[in-house]
Design a protein around this ligand. Structure first.
Ligand SMILES: C[S@@+](CC[C@H](N)C(=O)[O-])C[C@H]1O[C@@H](n2cnc3c(N)ncnc32)[C@H](O)[C@@H]1O
Length: 214
């Protein structure tokens, strides 16, 4: 799957996407992540991408021209929906991530300041997604959340194909939160691992785990 991210801070993504599972998934060509600098599309001689809001009010608004050009360019490479990350959008969750893996790709727009000009949303954005009821300084963290949550659900991205099937919010767990995990040592600072997990009795282990789902 191809992810095209439109941002004024493309460098933010470098470290996260070149580490761990996302790095391996790119090496195996299972995903492609490209961060595009919106400023490069600005026709302003200083590459400005923001202006004061009509009607007054605090803060700046991202101007439509650079975003228009950027989206048009990226749409030639990516046939997926254009998603604007915004606190006003529908809240992202695991069910949404499972739906997004079926798309051909995703184009993610990261806003800054007070957000982007409404005319871009009205004409070029397919969906508005929020990552929660709080306000961040920009859409880069929300974009990374979506890239990460969607990528790990794609076939062959995780080492063990069944890893995500029994995770919190998965269908197999009836959308409940996962059971607790324990590893070595069997006793740590006086705290013992529940006996049933060391019994080797898988029926009992399953029963215990189900009882711990919340
Ligand atoms: C400071 S916020 C703008 C907040 C906006 N004025 C409001 O009150 O809804 C700047 C940008 O960060 C991103 N952003 C902030 N919080 C977000 C959230 N919870 N979910 C998705 N994107 C978010 C959006 O792209 C937004 O355009």
């Amino acid at each position: 799957m191809r992810f095209d991210i439109l941002t004024i801070f493309p460098n933010i993504f470098d470290s996260y996407i070149s580490t761990s599972i996302l790095r391996r998934a790119q090496q195996k060509k299972l995903i492609k992540i490209v961060a595009h600098d919106i400023r490069k599309f600005s026709k302003d001689k200083h590459h400005k991408v923001d202006a004061l809001p009509f009607g007054g009010g605090a803060g700046m608004v991202m101007t439509p021209q650079p975003l228009y050009e950027a989206i048009k360019r990226v749409k030639r490479l990516n046939k997926g929906p254009v998603i604007y990350l915004t606190p006003r959008g529908k809240t992202f969750n695991q069910i949404k991530a499972e739906k997004l893996i079926k798309k051909k790709g995703l184009i993610l727009i990261c806003g800054h300041y007070e957000g982007i000009d409404q005319r871009i949303i009205d004409t070029l954005v397919d969906e508005e997604i929020s990552v929660g009821d709080y306000v961040l300084t920009g859409g880069e963290l929300p974009a990374l959340i979506i890239v990460d949550a969607v990528s790990r659900l794609l076939p062959n991205v995780l080492h063990s194909p069944d890893s995500h099937k029994e995770e919190s919010f998965s269908k197999a767990l009836d959308r409940k939160k996962e059971y607790p995990h324990y590893t070595r040592p069997a006793e740590f600072r006086g705290m013992k691992v529940p006996k049933v997990l060391m019994s080797g009795n898988h029926k009992e282990i399953d029963k215990w785990r189900k009882s711990k789902l919340s």
